[in-house]
Design a protein around this ligand. Sequence first.
Ligand code: SF4
Length: 266
Amino acid sequence: MPEKKVRHIMGLSGGKDSTALAVLLHKEIPDMEYFFCDTQKELSETYEYLERIKARFGLKINYLSSERGFDFWLDMYGGYLPSPRTRWCTRKLKIEPLEKFIGDDEAVSYVGIRADEDRSGYVSTKPNIKPVFPFKERGLVKADIYRLLEESGIGLPDYYRWRSRSGCFFCFFQRKYEWVKLSEIHPDLFAEAVKYEKEHSDSRIYTWADTESLTDLIKRKDRVIADYEEALKREKKNAPNKPLSEVFADIMDGEDLTMPCLMCNW
Ligand code: SF4
């Protein structure tokens, strides 16, 4: 029997790092299989960006979803909203569909962790999946990612104007400013996120953000925006030539010590 071919796989999240990795590798590895773990709770801008990537680089993207959606799993988890400590969402909506897609095949998984970051991606414990880290191997850092995106003509996803990471619209890794912007740019999605907090609050209180409900957060939105604008002024003063999108991402990353894993945001 002929030996089975090793598969080459790469996840696209609709974020900058995974897109830059596709820019880097799509010619080098023509048989790469691209996938997007679709929670069906993503921003419309993410789907639009994936369409742009497909069109510009001629890629095919496999959209992987759980047979059961977020609401089913929320019920299964007793109405407990996921959080950085109980991330059932990532396991059920992203990791399990991906493991099903790979099955028992031998696969090399290309992971976009940069040389200047220290966080974990989805590194499977399954022995048939071998992770490799092209950015780290080539010493590529954040500035290189922006350069790759710009030179390729793909640019950044549209949500980068107000949010620095891809992922579900209600992702609990969002910063306060990003919640406020979600309420302005996608009021329907913000209302849905509020509804999740309320509907699952019976006698218990679950909130997406750590310290307060979205309803309380939005009451002080002027303060949140003012804090962001002050940080923006400071950053612009320190690095006057840096493009606004990079300054924005730096402020958002600087505000948050909890970095999500690459399975969701890269
Ligand atoms: S993006 Fe956030 S909410 Fe969505 S699956 Fe990932 S960690 Fe969970």
